[in-house]
Design a protein around this ligand. Sequence first.
Ligand code: GUN
Ligand code: ZN
Length: 432
Amino acid sequence: MITPFRLHAALLTPLSNERMAWHPHGALVVDERGSIAWRGDEAALPETFLPLPAMRSPHVLLPGLIDVHVHLPQLDCRGKFGASLLEWLDRFIYPEEMRFADEAVARDVARRFHAALIAAGTTTAMVYGTVHERATDIAFEEAERAGLRIILGKVLMDREAPEELLESAIDGLSATERLIERWHRKTPRLWYAVTPRFALSCTTQMLTGAAVLAKRHDTYVQTHCNESGGEIARVAELFPEAAHYTGVYEAAGLLTPRTVLGHNIHTDDEQLAMLRAHGCAVAHCPDSNLFLGSGRFPIEMHEHHGVHFALGSDVGAGTTLSMFHIMHAMSHVQARSLHPFEPLYRATLGGAAALGLEDSIGSLDAGKEADMIEVEIEQSFCRGKRLQDLSAQEIASVLVYRSANQRVGRVWVGGEKISERGGTEDVPTPSV
Ligand code: GUN
Ligand code: ZN
């Protein structure tokens, strides 16, 4: 239970990928359950809410940002150039993930990772851990301590990775089931995602076993698909009976309405129709795709097939946890100018929809959880005007296209203030 309050601020919140509600002189009421009781123009605030304690913000209030694809153990690997995906995994990522056998490393990175998410204004994230059961426990503990909404899973791999990161399918699946029992829906803010890393590093036994667990416990599923040419060629060699990469996951039973597939760049009509039929969502990670030279995400094809997609940072192939930067990067991988409402939607309400959580988060609507952030708008953009004189398009435009300068202020999850002050990219120094 929290103390109800009303917050007066300029409010911007998505209605769809094309429409935003903008209240330059807005107000929002949070009830004792941490839900939004009312949102609108302050002049229209019902009298019943007037006795509540009032706060005022000089900044823009947005729904908390949502990152649907990010790797916790890769926080310190951002920006390590490694040419293509498979070479980069071998040179930088697998050696880094091995370090998580050490609890002190796992604790240190997990703490800094969640602090950095908050500083960037991200209140919900779908997260890959490492192969280590204990490190995954620690990641959940730190997620709970941070107060964030986190969907997380231990990575599964039983082939084509360094020996130290491999385990048998039986061992990996048993550890997964123990973790599900300990963490899935332990609090209203924590969920488990069964996490076979990608088809290349998993046998059929591992993939099908993962699907059984996800079904048995009604968890999320996350994995990678159709990211790079080298990866796709190797998957075709390993699964000669499959018509394509997506077909490998379908045969294993991993395509569900709670499955989020990372990347899906080099896809086609048949594979997209399959994703649509199973109600899967896709994580579009433009900054990562630019960094690894993976290719251009086909937005129009996903739209044409009605396959829902949302934005992911994919740190550490993504270079930052800032979803403002990721929104901006989305425009870089398209050969056309992108209206700023589109990326803003994909990192808020669109992210919530990808996770099946659109009824509870993603926008500042009455009845939803009060997950919200304050963002400072640069004075030089306003050119002497007041923030309140700008249009919704102007506000979205400065948020997305001057992404390098965003400063996040207070952050709330479920009406609970979890941070007084964020920052641009405030990743504390490693202590290990
Ligand atoms: N495919 C399999 N593992 C990974 C990973 O860690 N990062 C990216 N970008 N792609 C992957
Ligand atoms: Zn990834």
